[in-house]
Design a protein around this ligand. Sequence first.
Ligand code: DGL
Length: 281
Amino acid sequence: MTRSRAGPIGVFDSGVGGLTVLRALRGVIPAENLIYLGDTARLPYGTKSADTVVRYSLQCADALLQRGVRLLVVACNTASASALDPLRRHHPRLPVIGVIEPGAKAAVAASVSQHIAVIGTEGTIGGGAYQTAIHRLNPAAHVTSLACSLFVAMAEEGWTSGPIAESVARRYLEPIFTTADAPDTLVLGCTHFPLLAAAIRAALPPHVAIVDSAATTAAAVLEELGGAAGPHNGTAVDPDAAAISGTVKWLATDGAARFARVGSAFLGETLHAETVEIIDL
Ligand code: DGL
């Protein structure tokens, strides 16, 4: 299939979580047309086997390629962890950017001690993708990983701050961050975790740096498109910094109303169900 240079940029995720990545993308490439696909019929990906996540991801990519995308952003950490290499093998001429490599790069850059903690879904943590990516950059780095599955449901439920969120964050993170040689950097290795950033921050010693893979991925896409990364070095993308003039086409595989309702919190602006096209993969 030929792809015009002016084709849109495709972004997919298991559901609404990737909207945190899309939001960051619009901050750095506001003039680009984007197509977002949320595979809401089959989420979550985070508890599924790698083989299944690869199969679903290839189908998401095909749906976006049929719509002429010229670059593919795998906004889902779980899909990036399992499916990035298969996607690149299947589509050798399509630039494919996942969230793991940019997140690993920002973490290595942010950490003084090179003891880095990564939190994500079971699938992301179990596959060791962040660990591999960090070790590729610094073989001497020490990586502590933890699956924080409850955060996904809490983010979708809107329980992102207050006593429940803070207590769950402490329950997950205190055992890691109260040891003598605790990490000095934490990677939010899941699309949903930026929504819980305040509760997560409250559970950490103040000197710990938080790396958000949405921001780092947006910077990587900008670089792939030939733009200067500028101040968007993985820690400080302002999604509202520029006027937005590109369009976004919304696709989901189920539940336009839920996609719009829950997705609005992830996107940081109101989504309307009637603008969401439901497709079959
Ligand atoms: N989008 C997924 C991720 O970033 C979280 C939700 C899911 O498990 O599908 O890993």
